[in-house]
Design a protein around this ligand. Structure first.
Ligand code: GLV
Ligand code: GLV
Length: 317
């Protein structure tokens, strides 16, 4: 029987597809594995289910002599050295589609939370500051008629665009390729990054993290944005230079930001933690019962197919 390692003690039943088919070793709840210890665990395994926080680099792959497949429990796979896996003939898979709606709904929630200052209002009330209705108390912005720039019109970006279009926003997008379906469904127009930075009221990031998108949004790009524009990121933290973002906000520029992902998770730039117009959530884009269970099922299917020598449903390398 093939031996596999799972780097997280998933809730009861989520990995039931594996029962009786593979010999499973699971990282226990209170165990912390360093990169070396993870490599040690993978040494005699045929497959692994890993999380987006597990860094599977060259050093880890070098030691995993028997490994045939890494089933990543995420749609993004920037945590894995894909080139090195390819070189070694190790199959890598991800869990797309089933988390698209959950992530898109969180994105829409974050947009409203930041433009209507919902958390700030909640805090205001809890602090006992509400002394009566006032015409200019906690004013915000409306989504309807706003120009929203979607950076990355893949699965998630497109669904976000569709939801925002239905709510009355105008859509522009930045992507390497033209997305005809998106243009038809949302009257979206493809624009350059610079144009979007200079004109959008709200910018939402849905690109994968690669060498090309690392710090795509840095000091210069932030300086091009409209003074009251909003920046939302539910993609990957390192697409934004977090220190530059904190500095830009400190100078009073930008209406606000909402971030679900961070450059050095679980660490967060401490300046961002203290700002009122910053809404932060701990990487919960896909955190619905439906999405996370479906991701587990897909991770199992990918793993089992690869171990059987079949083409897994969601192969990325
Ligand atoms: C979550 O961020 C994922 O990539 O699935
Ligand atoms: C990921 O699912 C994407 O393509 O947006």
């Amino acid at each position: 029987m093939d031996k596999i390692f799972v780097t997280y003690p998933f809730p009861e039943g989520w990995l039931s597809l594996l029962e009786g088919k593979v010999k499973i070793e699971i990282k226990s709840e209170d165990e912390f594995l360093s990169r070396e210890e993870l490599a040690e665990k993978l040494k005699d395994k045929d497959g692994a289910i890993v999380l987006l926080g597990d860094i599977i680099d060259k050093g880890v792959l070098e030691k995993a002599r028997k490994l045939k497949v890494i089933s990543n429990y995420a749609v993004g796979y920037d945590n894995i050295d894909i080139e090195e896996a390819r070189k070694r003939g190790i199959i890598v898979t991800n869990t797309p589609d089933v988390l698209t709606n959950a992530t898109a709904e969180l994105t829409v929630s974050l947009i409203f939370a930041v433009i209507r200052r919902i958390l700030e209002s909640n805090e205001f009330l809890h602090q006992g500051n509400f002394t009566g209705w006032e015409p200019d108390l906690l004013l915000g912005y409306e989504l309807k008629d706003s120009l929203v720039g979607i950076l990355g019109a893949g699965r998630i970006g497109s669904v976000v665009a569709g939801k925002l279009y239905a709510l009355g926003a105008k859509i522009v997008y930045y992507d390497a390729s033209k997305n005809e379906d998106l243009e038809k469904e949302t009257k979206a127009e493809k624009e350059g990054l610079k144009w979007i930075l200079q004109n959008a009221d709200i910018i939402s990031i849905h690109l994968p993290l690669t060498q090309k998108t690392h710090h795509l949004i840095d000091e210069k790009e932030l300086s091009m944005m409209k003074d009251n524009a909003f920046l939302i990121n539910t993609g990957r933290g390192a697409i934004i230079n977090e220190a530059s973002l904190a500095e830009t906000l400190r100078t009073g520029k930008l209406g606000g930001v909402a971030l679900d992902v961070f450059e050095n998770e679980p660490g967060i730039n401490t300046h961002l933690l203290r700002m009122e117009n910053v809404v932060l959530t701990p990487h919960i884009g896909s955190a619905t019962y439906k999405a996370r269970k479906a991701m587990a099922e897909i991770a199992c299917r990918n793993l089992l197919a690869a171990l059987k020598g079949e083409e897994p449903p969601n192969r990325v390398a």
